[in-house]
Design a protein around this ligand. Structure first.
Ligand SMILES: Nc1ncnc2c1ncn2[C@@H]1O[C@H](COP(=O)(O)OP(=O)(O)OP(=O)(O)O)[C@@H](O)[C@H]1O
Ligand SMILES: [Mg+2]
Length: 224
């Protein structure tokens, strides 16, 4: 199976060397656990190596706001954005127009840029717009089917707690599920990463300590 390196320090050795290609990876976690940082660091890593990364934003803020947060990180490289190795697209306006329109907008951009890594952040905004569980399931099914045909890795973030992930259909439908979380320990909060599922991969299980600093993220070999 072909794989691509994640670009997240410490992660590849937990997952047999990298993400299977193609695959759809659900990145779940509560607010502030590091979901957006995870996807963006991987996209910049790929772009540094000449790949094209496509960031599809479903948050209600313009791309420059996200870029200004990201510019604090060492992995952020404005030049890659300027030469469109890393493309920021705002799905915002389409989010009131139904699943079909959003899907078409995603397809249009994928065809325009032929990205190797795609990042949809967060899917929760699309889920809220679609209102019914059935519409969301149909949307997700079509989206995943389409993305798997593109020979790329797609990250999809979702605002989840551990309680929700075990019954969620998006976790069932994705090839992989990575959970980010935090725990309060002695008056401080520690962040964690856990690979819950990765199809075709003999991955390590259990929570690993996750450190975020100005250089980006790294996964530590232990829980501590
Ligand atoms: N330069 C930095 N140094 C250390 N920690 C940082 C830095 N920048 C961000 N963080 C940490 O990362 C967290 C934000 O991560 P991120 O925005 O990726 O989370 P998220 O899961 O996408 O959140 P949301 O659900 O709100 O979108 C911050 O709450 C902070 O704890
Ligand atoms: Mg985020």
């Amino acid at each position: 199976m072909e794989r691509i390196e994640s670009g997240i320090l410490g992660l590849d050795k937990m997952i047999d060397g990298g993400f299977p290609l193609p695959s759809v990876i659900l990145v779940g976690g509560e607010p502030g656990t590091g979901k957006s940082t995870f996807g963006m660091e991987s996209l910049f890593y790929g772009a540094e190596k000449g790949e094209i990364g496509l960031y599809l934003s479903a948050v209600s803020e313009p791309p420059w706001v996200m870029q200004s947060f990201l510019s604090e990180f060492g992995f952020y490289n404005q030049k890659l954005v300027d030469i469109k190795k890393l493309v920021f697209v705002d799905l915002g306006e389409k989010l009131n127009s139904g699943g079909g329109v959003v899907l078409k907008e995603i397809q249009k951009n994928v065809e325009l840029y032929s990205p190797k890594r795609i990042f949809i952040d967060p899917i929760t905004a699309i889920q809220t717009m679609l209102e019914s569980e059935m519409k969301y399931r149909k949307f997700l099914h079509e989206l995943i089917l389409y993305l798997k045909g593109q020979g790329c890795v797609t990250f999809i973030t979702t605002e989840y707690s551990y309680r929700q992930v075990s019954t969620s259909m998006d976790a069932f439908m994705s090839d992989s599920v990575i959970m980010l979380s935090y725990l309060e320990l002695e008056n401080s909060r520690k962040k964690y990463l856990e690979v819950l599922k990765m199809r075709g991969t003999n991955h390590l299980t259990g929570k690993r300590s996750l450190v975020i600093d100005n250089s980006g993220m790294r996964v530590q070999p232990e829980f501590r």
